[in-house]
Design a protein around this ligand. Structure first.
Ligand SMILES: Nc1ncnc2c1ncn2[C@@H]1O[C@H](COP(=O)(O)OP(=O)(O)OP(=O)(O)O)[C@@H](O)[C@H]1O
Length: 245
């Protein structure tokens, strides 16, 4: 087991309002970990705080043995921590190829000297064939799902060790959800870690090794996806899912 990310006692605030309370979580190499919870539970805030995008925070975030809480987001990204925000930040005026090139960073190696997978547009088009068919299409002329794929692909161009993915399947057509699942599993095979904020339990079941459940900014459960499926309280109370009557 090789630890990529360890978050301990993480607290965060927007203005006077405390949003995260003592959040703790860990992601290891080659592990897909889901962060679940209802709307407003604090999933996005957790990812943003790890990524250096929330100003007022306290606690410890260690990435590849380096404390990163307090570093600016661009420095964190350069250390090899990829982030795909919920709102799909692509450059609307640039085409697919140009968007991908804006994400390019140098090749990396793991601590044991082995190379980290180095992404090129061609490799990414095997994961997302639609993108390969629309190389010169500007962001403005892409569907929400295509933009989501491009946003993920642009992040992968940075050759990250670990990717934070915020609700990748939200509002995306089923065929693209399948490609996103496939992408997550391919990254896992390459030993990359993934921390995935997701409300879709079926998506999580198909890709994740284990999950944390957040409620009002606190981790209420940590364990396997099977445990969540089997626990009516978690499903009803923390995930807002219908339970069998
Ligand atoms: N920029 C902000 N300023 C003030 N409050 C915010 C801000 N962003 C989020 N919040 C509040 O913080 C809480 C947690 O929001 P967050 O977006 O982290 O939840 P979430 O679990 O990701 O939910 P969703 O799936 O709806 O994005 C909510 O009460 C939300 O209203």
């Amino acid at each position: 087991m090789s630890e990529l990310l360890k978050v301990s006692h993480l607290n965060a605030w927007y203005g006077q309002a405390q949003i995260l309370f003592d959040v703790g979580l860990q992601v290891n190499r080659g592990e897909v970990v889901a962060l679940m919870g209802r709307n407003g539970a604090g999933k996005s805030t957790t990812l943003k705080t790890i990524m250096g995008l929330v100003e007022h925070k306290q606690g410890d975030v260690v990435f590849m043995n380096k404390p990163i809480l307090g570093l600016p987001a661009y420095k964190i990204a350069r250390l090899g921590l990829g982030y795909v925000p919920e709102e799909r930040r692509i450059f609307a005026d640039l085409d697919v190829q140009e968007n991908l090139l804006t994400g390019k960073q140098s090749a990396r190696v793991w601590e044991d000297g082995r190379p980290v997978v180095e992404w090129t547009p061609e490799k990414l088009f095997t994961l997302f064939p639609n993108l390969g068919r629309m190389l010169d299409r500007p962001g403005t002329k892409m569907s929400g799902g295509e933009q989501q794929m491009l946003s993920v692909a642009r992040t992968l161009m940075g050759n990250p060790y670990l990717v934070l993915l915020d609700e990748p399947s939200e509002g995306v057509a089923p065929i693209i959800v399948d490609q996103l699942k496939n992408m997550v599993l391919t990254l896992k095979e390459q030993d990359i870690g993934i921390l995935l904020s997701e409300q879709n339990l079926d998506f999580v079941r198909d890709v994740a090794d284990r999950a944390y459940v957040l409620e009002k900014g606190e981790i209420k459960f940590s364990g396997s996806i099977e445990q969540i499926y089997a626990d009516e309280t978690i499903k009803a109370q923390y995930l807002g899912l219908e339970t069998a009557s």
